[in-house]
Design a binder for this molecule. Structure first.
Ligand code: HEC
Ligand code: HEC
Length: 331
């Protein structure tokens, strides 16, 4: 009798424990499930070597990287303003204009590849582009290494962090390490994704629903709300039909692969800081965000988006910029 009662008690006690465990498991599962079901994920800072990133910060602002010591990376990627330059096309040494709109360097570390056509696989590889381009820094590695090696500050920094090696490899590594530190974490939208329902208002929630419902998320998705796919510009209609002249850079990814299927394909840009980085598109043809969203509806989704829905989508986009010490402008 006594043993019977004891075993009953034990049984109900263990049932209780199993019950509690199941409940807490179910709770944990439902909150992470909710997050997992979302096509956009919160941004997470990357692990970087802080000292190498600080050296990279110095190099990112170093004008001696250009042929006439006049232009640094920051000249076209103004960090405080969102990491782009706000110009239709960037202007390099001697006022020479390039052909394309400068994308932001914030969160670029998360892109599948660098440049609008993805021709550089890594941040390190990307640096060869601006350093050599005649419309950017028009410089060369031997020249840069000579200039930096003559500077005491760089000598001691490279001595401490790279055993004294001031080379193409170490300069690229330090700059890329700095770029890996440029993740804009803890946006209002990420707070919402992490469970704070009040972090964004009803209009912003409506914009997010439309962004999913219309199919924008099919291309702009993941942590970076873009940056992880190449897609054709003009899926539903010929975007370039109105162009008087189609330039080489308008062929996009085709220039890299030579595959006709890649004609007019571009890396889907991240929309994380899009409200800070007008003008828009690879060639800055579009000045206003409203028009960028309208154009996406027409050419990527084959639909006309109403002005009210455009306003809601933009309200949602304004919740995406996160925080970083170098970024002043936050919505
Ligand atoms: C004269 C202006 C200019 C300078 C100087 C410049 N950039 Fe850029 N940057 C651009 C433009 C324009 C693009 C886009 C070009 C393209 O896609 O073909 C770009 C693209 C990039 C990208 C790719 C981002 C993405 O989403 O694809 C990164 C990263 C970047 N630059 C970092 C740097 C670094 C680091 C330096 C200094 C070594 C630098 N830039 C110097 C104008 C500039
Ligand atoms: C089929 C893929 C696809 C879909 C769907 C799509 N986009 Fe895009 N989006 C792109 C590509 C590719 C670009 C780059 C075009 C270019 O630069 O020439 C782009 C560019 C943009 C830009 C400009 C970004 C910049 O920095 O210049 C915005 C804003 C944008 N999209 C928002 C949206 C919205 C809002 C929707 C839904 C209404 C949407 N997109 C649907 C692929 C897509």
């Amino acid at each position: 009798m006594y043993t019977n009662m004891l075993s009953m008690l034990l049984r109900s006690f263990s049932l209780l424990i199993i019950g509690c465990l199941t409940l807490s498991y179910a709770w944990a599962e439902s909150s992470s499930d909710k997050l997992l079901q979302e096509p956009i994920r919160p941004l997470e800072a990357l692990v970087v070597n802080a000292e190498k990133a600080a050296l990279g910060d110095l190099l990112f602002h170093e004008e001696r990287l250009s042929v006439d010591n006049s232009i640094s990376c920051a000249h076209c990627h103004i960090l405080a303003e969102g990491g782009a330059d706000g110009l239709p096309v960037s202007v390099g040494v001697n006022g020479v204009k390039g052909g394309m709109n400068s994308p932001t360097v914030f969160n670029a570390a998360l892109n599948i590849a660098q440049f609008w056509d993805g021709r550089a696989k890594t941040l390190e590889d990307q640096i060869d582009g601006p350093l050599h381009a005649s419309a950017e820094m028009a410089s060369s590695w031997p020249d840069v290494i000579k200039k930096l090696s003559a500077d005491q500050v760089y000598n001691s920094a490279f001595k401490k962090l790279y055993k004294g090696e001031i080379s193409e490899r170490t300069i690229k590594h330090a700059i890329a390490e700095f770029e890996r530190s440029l993740i804009t974490v803890d946006s209002r939208f990420d707070q919402y994704l992490r469970g704070d329902e009040s972090a964004i208002n009803d209009e912003e929630k409506k914009g997010y629903s439309l962004f999913k419902e219309f199919g924008c998320v099919a291309c702009h998705q993941g942590e970076n709300v873009g940056g992880n796919l190449f897609q054709t510009l003009g899926i539903m209609d010929d975007y370039f039909a109105t162009y008087e002249e189609i330039k080489k850079h308008d062929y996009g990814r085709f220039n890299v692969t030579g595959d006709i299927m890649d004609k007019h394909k571009f890396k889907v840009p991240s929309l994380r800081l899009v409200t800070l980085t007008a003008p828009y598109f690879h060639d800055a043809k579009i000045t206003k965000l409203e028009d960028a969203v309208r154009t996406m509806g027409k050419y990527q989704l084959g639909m006309i988006i109403s002005d009210a829905d455009i306003a809601s989508i933009i309200a949602f986009l304004k919740t995406l910029p996160g925080k970083h010490p170098s970024l002043d402008k936050v919505q």
